[in-house]
Design a protein around this ligand. Sequence first.
Ligand code: MEV
Length: 371
Amino acid sequence: QRSFIVSSPGKTILFGEHAVVYGATAVAASISLRTYCRIEPSEKPEITIKMRDIETSRSWSLESLPWDAVSAKDIFHPPNTLDVEIVTALEKLLTNEKKNPLAFLSMLCILYLYLQIGFHTQGCIITINSEVPLGAGLGSSATVSVGVATCLLLFFGYIQPPKEGEGWSRQESLALIEGWSFIGECCIQGSPSGIDNAAATHGGLIAFRKSTAKTTAMKQFLKLENPLSVLITDTKQPKSTKELIQRVYRLREESPLVIDSIFQTIDGISRSAIRALETETNVRRLRKTLGELIFINQKMLEALNVSHVTIDRVINATKVIGPTKLTGAGGGGCTVTLRNTDCSNEMFENAITELSALKNSVYDSQLGGPG
Ligand code: MEV
């Protein structure tokens, strides 16, 4: 049994969060921060999970895992919904972990994937290290799902590692990683759209739409003619993606006509951005168009009640740099700012000083790194 180390990128959603859950188009890009996941054989019949960033390490004997709840599985055709019986059995096993939601949900995801992909006779140690701030809207949970799914698929021989110096060449391997990481995301997020794990699997700049009764699925890899750099600000305001998705769900239950028309507007914003990214060759004009769309998208997210006072503060502090919107689920978490072409270094540095004084962390990031 061999050991493997894999890494996957965090993401920023440029346009379309929340609406994407209801079939609207969204645009996401990978960022330079990554999560590293290592799998190695264990000498004991145990699974050990070490999460360095939250200083958590736990082991379970393979015998204690709820194998009874697992029915016949087909690794090469990942399901698109969770098996409730397995989730219930794992929740019972993890009762003592519930006071730390981040650790609880990560363990649920990892053990769920192990039960699906692993053999009950082979123990392993899974170690996770992340540069992506946890639970901040930069897809940290998707990087964990992608890392763990990739490690398990490699460890149990369902996919082969890419050749030295090459990327993953086999589309089927990427499809398997994306499929299983979506199931991992379901353990953590409830009802994700799939955009986060698609971005963490493939990297780059992705236009994404999930399939619904009314819309067909779409995943389009956009080329960036010129590098786009953004400023990502972590407000450090904790939030729960699961709860924010539920908040929007309840709002839509109350006023479906109004909320659906907001989703439609957001869909239009994403499509306009995709058109600009595909056709606009003048960088200044491209930034101007994207900037206007960022402004309108933020207003729509405020209407969906997923913004937050900490986000308003960042928007104010970054006004001189460029347009800012929340990215990911909102409710705190992170924002993304597109730097204006006429923003001087001095203006930029001043804004960073103000943001840091407000206790935010800032990351200067290039969009679209490898998956
Ligand atoms: C979270 O990064 C983005 C949301 O749209 C949820 C999702 O698409 O799964 C809020």
